[in-house]
Ligand binder design. Structure first.
Ligand SMILES: Cc1cc2nc3c(=O)[nH]c(=O)nc-3n(C[C@H](O)[C@H](O)[C@H](O)COP(=O)(O)O)c2cc1C
Length: 427
């Protein structure tokens, strides 16, 4: 969740989420953390767990008022991942034909889980449309991330065809770069085929939890996007020095984004504060997607929703103490033409493939785009460019960063987030 200012949907994440940070200068990849796997999580220290339990006890004390039972119901503590908002994850495999390919597409990643798509199943294929109402405003002033999200959906759509006996032929931007129709996927009958990436579509989730303090071997990183890949150039930032520098840049960008009231407000608009909200909208950022441990998550769900500013604070802390502190490596997809819609769609397809390959290999991935969001915000407001030169210093000359993510071996699995159904997004 990008919380009230970031991606931490933990609008109500408690002060219980406090990490024991590596000491200054310590490399989290080589530091040792004692305890069994779950308590080893950098996301929760023993002291914070005790505080959490005390908080839980205090909450139980008000059970007699009926408040707790309402909160348990409202936050779906007893039924995580349940309800109609999660049905698309359970049903997609059994939906045949073109609608089954759309069912695969809706499970793709999208910025803030905006799901900025619409589909039309035609006589000869499927049209993918952009939904201009589903944007993040000042967070994505040039709509780059929206088009990347559409590219992610297109990749899943194409992957969804083979196992359903369909041969896909995608055409990008058939009405030109200004058209709302961003792709036409022609379909022809074919013998059903299998695809290992298709098989993991429902296991791919953005993992915002802590990653284990071990490196991802260079060969495993290289296998995520091989030399034959199109859709942008992928740079890995894995050496301790550049990795720490990008970590600092990400924390600084999170702080700058939260200090920018409009960006903070536009983030907050996609927060879903409780289960009711989540089931009604079936989109946006939710607590289940924040990579919290079971205890943290249960407590966070029972607390009243956080304010925007408290959520912003939580996101900044989480970026510093968990996301960047436990990143084994960062991937950056760069392009020579960051304003080109086709390049954005292709980069989205590449991003989705990388995430699916990572899933199949047991590698966790979290998108982290606050630096490019600040670069675009500075450009769109005419402010002095402060983030662009710092990011450029970490990249080859002339490479424009489009997408950033971290990878590592996860402490815990990520959870599914809400989705609108095929019927809701198909005209
Ligand atoms: C273009 C793009 C940008 C994103 N940027 C971020 C980000 O900066 N931080 C983050 O935590 N997640 C980010 N995400 C991940 C989305 O929030 C996530 O895909 C969405 O909430 C759905 O969750 P899922 O990926 O687990 O299915 C991004 C996703 C896309 C496609």
């Amino acid at each position: 969740m990008r919380s009230a200012g970031g991606w931490c949907a933990g609008t109500r994440v408690a002060a219980t989420v406090v990490r024991t940070r590596p000491t200054p200068g310590e490399d989290p990849m080589t530091s040792t953390i004692d305890g069994p796997p779950e308590s080893r999580s950098p996301g929760i220290s023993r002291r914070s767990a005790l505080r959490g339990l005390a908080l839980g006890g205090a909450t139980v004390a008000v059970a007699g008022t009926g408040l707790l039972s309402y909160r348990v119901y409202d936050s779906a503590v007893l039924d995580p991942g349940g309800g109609p908002a999660h049905e698309p994850w359970r049903e997609w495999r059994d939906i045949p034909g073109p609608r089954g390919a759309v069912a695969a597409a809706v499970l793709a990643a999208s910025p803030h889980n905006t799901q900025p798509w619409d589909f039309v199943v035609t006589g000869d294929g499927i049209d993918l449309y952009a939904d201009p109402a589903r944007g993040t405003g000042s967070v994505d002033p040039f709509d780059r991330e929206r088009y990347v999200g559409l590219g992610c959906a297109l990749e899943n759509l194409v992957l969804g065809c083979g196992p359903r006996g369909l041969r896909p032929t995608p055409t990008l931007l058939p009405d030109g770069p200004g058209g709302l129709r961003v792709a036409h996927v022609g379909l022809a009958p074919a013998a059903p085929s299998t695809d290992p990436l298709h098989d993991v579509i429902d296991r791919r989730h953005t993992n915002r939890g802590p990653y284990r303090p071990v490196p991802v071997p260079p060969a495993a990183l290289a296998a995520l996007a091989g030399p034959g890949e199109t859709g942008g150039n992928l740079q890995w930032i894995a050496d301790p020095g550049p990795r720490a520098e990008l970590g600092r840049l990400l924390v600084d960008a999170a702080e700058a984004l939260c200090a920018d009231e409009q960006q903070s407000l536009d983030n907050f608009a996609w927060f879903r504060a409780g289960n009711d909200d989540e089931q009604r909208h079936r989109d946006g950022l939710v607590l289940d997607g924040q990579g919290l441990g079971p205890l943290e998550l249960g407590i966070a769900k029972l607390l009243p929703p956080y304010s925007r500013t408290a959520g912003d604070r939580f996101w900044i802390d989480r970026t510093r103490d968990v996301h960047t502190a436990t990143a084994a490596a960062y991937g950056v997809i760069t392009t020579a033409t960051p304003d080109d819609r086709r390049a954005q769609l292709e980069a989205g397809r590449l991003l989705q493939r990388i995430h699916l390959r990572a899933t199949a290999a047991g590698i966790a991935l979290q998108h982290m785009n606050q630096v490019t969001e600040r670069i675009d915000r500075e450009a769109s407001t005419g402010a002095r460019a402060t983030f662009a030169p710092r990011f450029a210093a970490l990249l080859p000359p002339g490479a424009h960063p489009l997408l950033t993510f971290r990878v590592g071996y996860p402490v815990r699995e990520a959870r599914p987030t809400p989705r609108r159904s095929v019927a809701m997004v198909t005209r």
